[in-house]
Design a protein around this ligand. Structure first.
Ligand code: XMP
Length: 326
């Protein structure tokens, strides 16, 4: 049984030079462990799985098979970026699975937040396991486990993940960043040449935009979440707030209100904006922002996002409000 305690010899990775040293050692260890066998990885495009993919591509090249499951709940441009960076630029063996209809059909009419999470988690494992079954000769399963995942106790993990793996996925594990903290994973990712918007991205929940499309997910409201999120991120980036505000995103609730556009009454959804600062996500404060920026974002969202006539800004601290709405 491999140890789950960070070795004392592992220096805290704070500089590119220390990251280079870690990368060199890991490449050697990965080649030793894997030999000429094949490795499977679920590549979401998040920091952890992206860094694991980049390490494995360097270590064993085409022996790595990446599977990217597009469940329809990713942010605008994310699935495309995964394909571009890993298949086109790094030459990875990448299977892209368009599972959008499958997920949205399963979620249709489901209102309860934890049930939505469970469906998304289970469906993800099912799709991934089906892809794994189609492949021959896989010996290892790579995972982007990081040290806080190991240190965190049961309840947090069960909130964020979906229990054990099915038999189809019972391969030997490869976990090259399991002793690293998030900031160290980012330094390693940057040193490996991954794009900044992949390495320094804000936290994004596993169930993705699904928990921001309140209640039963519909395609039109989900599109409003995705488009408003893209506008918010673009405006925050333009204002130099990327990496300065801890987490920011939009929510589309399942109610409508009256408004007016071009002299005509409308009855449409609001977009809720949440922008928070926190140290550990246990407590959080609404980020203080320039009011002109706020007004610009409101103008853009109400004029560019279909089906939206109003914007609300959620300034509730945690507690009492959680960061996400579901
Ligand atoms: P809350 O909403 O509980 O969120 O204040 C705290 C942090 O956790 C993220 N979050 C999740 N991450 N799966 C995840 O991987 C989830 O189901 C989930 N729910 C919340 C949230 O985005 C915030 O950063």
């Amino acid at each position: 049984m491999a140890s789950n305690v960070r070795p004392e010899s592992l220096e805290r990775i704070t500089t590119p030079a220390l990251a280079e040293k870690f990368i060199t050692e890991q490449l050697e260890a990965l080649r030793q462990q894997i030999g000429d066998k094949k490795v499977l990885l679920a590549l979401s495009g998040g920091v952890d799985s992206s860094v694991v993919a980049a390490l494995l591509i360097r270590a064993v090249g085409k022996q790595l098979v990446c599977v990217h499951v597009n469940h329809g709940l990713l942010r605008k441009g994310e699935p495309e970026q995964v394909v571009q960076v890993f298949r086109d630029e790094l030459g990875a063996e990448l299977i892209y699975v368009d599972a959008v209809d499958r997920f949205l059909d399963k979620l249709a009419g489901v209102e309860e937040p934890e049930t939505k999470r469970k469906i998304i988690g289970k469906e993800f494992i099912d799709v991934f396991a089906e892809e794994a079954k189609k492949l021959d000769g896989i010996h290892f399963l790579a995972q982007g486990t990081i040290y806080p995942d190991i240190l965190e106790s049961g309840p947090v993990k069960s909130h964020h993940n979906v229990g054990g793996l099915p038999e189809e996925l019972s391969f030997e594990l490869v976990e090259p960043v399991k002793f690293l903290y998030k900031d160290e994973v980012r330094v390693v990712g940057k040193t490996l040449g991954l794009p900044d918007n992949m390495v320094f991205r804000q936290p994004f929940p596993g169930p993705g935009l699904g928990v921001r499309c309140v209640g039963a997910i519909t395609r039109d409201r989900l599109e409003a979440v995705r488009e408003s999120d893209a506008i918010l991120r673009e405006e925050f980036a333009g204002a130099g707030l990327e990496g300065k505000v801890w987490q920011y995103f939009t929510i589309v609730p399942n109610f409508k209100s009256t408004g007016i556009t071009d002299g005509k009454r409308t009855y449409e959804w609001p977009v809720v904006i949440r922008a928070v600062n926190t140290v550990d996500a246990v407590t959080a404060e609404a980020a203080e922002l320039d009011f002109q920026l706020v007004q610009k974002i409101v103008r853009r969202i109400t004029s560019e996002v279909r089906g939206v006539n109003r914007v609300l800004w959620d300034v509730t601290p945690k507690p009492t409000g959680t960061i996400e709405w579901e």
